[in-house]
Design a protein around this ligand. Structure first.
Ligand SMILES: [Zn+2]
Length: 317
């Protein structure tokens, strides 16, 4: 697919030798440049990726750091790995630049209400988060944007971006592969010790696991995460980290099974904490633990590892 310039976008006039990227802590990987976020991309910041072809420059996941620092070089298109508050604040610095996301996440770009349906928070938490998204992440509905689907290829002139649909974190989460730079951009498949985040209304535990499996076949030498790990160079290292990342889910479930050696209620499972450590105090922890406990219990009841007793409590078989 050829990316077309929006009519309102001034042509960047980018030539073969455009390399004028002025960014503190940029990492040059050839056709791609990692625009390292503040704190190495620690939330609420993140690491954006600039992809430069002979005809087009594409910015993937314009971070909060992009919003705060601005850009000194032209961007023709913005691509989003998924629609979450921290992956789009930099769009505020790209007025008129065409935005693209996977079709399954499109609702998050249309309105704040649409975005909130993707999180599915309890009302009191949602109220506060709405304001944060507006004030701290510069959210504005996109009046015009385009969607893409799995396996689509964007041709930037001598450099391509391939879409790999990897749902689980959100329904439309995607990884991008840039073959000419031997680079894969992993978005929120962040390879952290915390493990996969599948606790939104639009998340899916099973889909996340399938997506991790799919990532094993990514053909690249450099792997960029939006948060946490930043850049992993070397396939072996990546595969080892991907394995550890997937194992966090397995270990959460094994710990729950052990805990369910005695009958426990859903609330008791949530209170025991299988996601966050006991000392972590954040306002959304209880919500995440409850959703996680419910997801894993549903799955383990479904495949008969756990049984639900007449009093509503759960117990491992
Ligand atoms: Zn996310």
């Amino acid at each position: 697919m050829q990316l077309k310039l929006g009519p309102q976008v001034p042509s960047s006039g980018v030539a073969e030798n455009f390399l004028g990227v002025d960014w503190v802590e940029a990492l040059d990987l050839g056709a791609v440049t990692v625009l390292t976020g503040a704190d190495r991309g620690k939330y609420p910041h993140g690491n954006s990726l600039l992809v430069q072809g002979t005809h087009q420059n594409v910015l993937i996941d314009p971070s909060l750091t992009v919003a705060e620092r601005g850009l000194s070089f032209p961007v023709d298109h913005a691509l989003l790995s998924h629609v979450h508050e921290d992956h789009l604040p930099g769009l505020s610095r790209l007025p008129g630049v065409p935005v693209h996301c996977h079709e399954a996440d499109a609702i998050g770009l249309t309105s704040l209400d649409g975005l909130m349906t993707m999180y599915g928070m309890p009302a009191d938490m949602e109220k506060e988060f709405r304001q944060e998204i507006l004030d701290d992440f510069y959210y504005a509905p996109q009046l015009e944007f385009s969607t893409f689907s799995d396996s689509e290829v964007f041709d930037l002139g001598g450099v391509e971006i391939e879409v790999v649909h990897t749902p689980g974190h959100t329904r439309g989460h995607c990884v991008f592969v840039i073959p000419q730079a031997r680079t894969a951009y992993l978005g929120d498949i962040e390879l952290s010790g915390f493990g996969p985040y599948y606790f939104d209304e639009w998340s899916s535990l099973d889909e996340f696991e399938k997506s991790i499996e799919r990532c094993r076949s990514l053909d690249a030498d450099h792997f960029v995460t939006f948060h946490h790990k930043w850049v992993i160079s070397g396939r072996e290292q990546f595969l080892a980290m991907l394995g550890d990342f997937a194992n966090v889910i397995v270990n959460r479930e094994l710990s729950m099974l052990e805990f369910l050696g005695e009958p426990r209620s859903l609330d008791e499972c949530a209170a025991h904490r299988f996601v966050y450590r006991p000392h972590v105090e954040m306002k959304f922890v209880d919500h995440v633990e409850l959703r996680s406990a419910r997801l894993h219990l549903d799955r383990m009841v479904g495949d008969s590892r756990v049984t639900q007793m007449p009093d509503g409590k759960f117990r491992s078989r």
